[in-house]
Design a protein around this ligand. Structure first.
Ligand code: NAD
Length: 253
């Protein structure tokens, strides 16, 4: 089945939808004919993005400021989207933050923050979407982990801890829920051009700059939707990440 056919008229929710991968997936879903409920903690960026997409796709875009660390925000997002569209076909738990820094620069508060966003944000989404998807007899749950959820990287202990957790959670649920028609995929990007690079980090540090091998977000979105439509488990985006794969596999020690 063509990707556009698969997503046409589907009700989709995306967290982290104001920027980067989430925004590009939202655009690709709209181009495929889906209705998209955009959620992000950055209310100003969300409003700008949603306004632009709604102008191009009238009647198919809704937006709600949501902090994925807050269970009640996520419950309102999932239930609101399902009520509006009558179904919840795709939940893309994508919101996340990066952290590349030496472990000694990290406080317990920083640990809690990244676990709250990158792991609890995904858990909240799954928790509130499952009863709805079970009632309607199926759906897609798509969680964003990272290449750093499949292999370790130095100076990424916090990030890897959360992304390995998301990958394990997703793969485990994939087996558990498949018989109910609920398909779970985990997206594991290498480097995708987005605002995640160069962001301020804990301890006054700044995250890595945009790597030269980063692939464009719309290219990543096309691969993600093709993977979800094909009910893939792990959707790795190695095209732009060959240096990462090579470094790990040629030097696993
Ligand atoms: P991005 O910074 O462009 O987008 C992330 C979005 O998440 C932002 O709009 C931000 O406001 C939102 N967000 C952050 N905290 C939130 C919260 N508490 N509640 C709701 N929204 C929140 O970055 P991106 O690269 O598009 O990242 C999307 C996902 O992809 C993340 O989970 C990230 O870890 C993952 N990822 C990205 C790359 C890459 O190379 N860009 C690689 C691997 C994994």
């Amino acid at each position: 089945m063509q990707v556009a056919e698969h997503f046409c008229d589907k009700g989709c929710v995306i967290t982290g939808a104001a920027s980067g991968i989430g925004l590009a997936v939202g655009e690709a879903l709209l181009a495929a004919g889906a209705a998209v409920f955009m959620a992000d903690v950055d209310a100003a960026a969300l409003e700008t993005a949603a306004h632009r997409l709604a102008a191009a796709h009238p009647g198919r875009v809704q937006a709600m400021p949501v902090d994925v660390t807050k269970a009640d925000d996520v419950r309102r997002m999932v239930e609101g989207a399902a009520a509006r569209h009558g179904r919840l076909d795709v939940l893309f738990n994508n919101a996340g933050i990066g952290a590349t820094q030496p472990i000694e620069t990290v406080t317990l508060d920083h640990w809690r923050r990244i676990v709250d966003i990158n792991l609890w944000g995904v858990v909240h989404g799954i928790h509130f979407a499952l009863p709805i998807m079970r009632r309607q007899g199926g759906g897609h749950i798509v969680n964003t982990a990272s290449m750093a959820g499949l292999m370790p990287f130095p100076f990424q202990a916090l990030y890897c801890a959360t992304k390995f957790a998301v990958a394990g959670l997703s793969e485990s649920l994939r087996f558990e829920l498949a018989d109910e028609g609920i398909h779970v995929s985990v997206v594991c990007p290498g480097h995708v051009a987005s605002a995640i690079f160069g962001k301020p980090l804990a301890g006054g540090l700044v995250d890595l700059p945009l790597p030269p091998d980063a692939i464009p977000a719309d290219e990543a979105a096309a691969t993600i939707l093709a993977g979800v439509a094909a009910r893939a488990g792990i959707i790795a985006l190695p095209e732009g990440s060959r240096t990462l794969w090579r470094r790990y596999w040629s030097d696993p020690e």
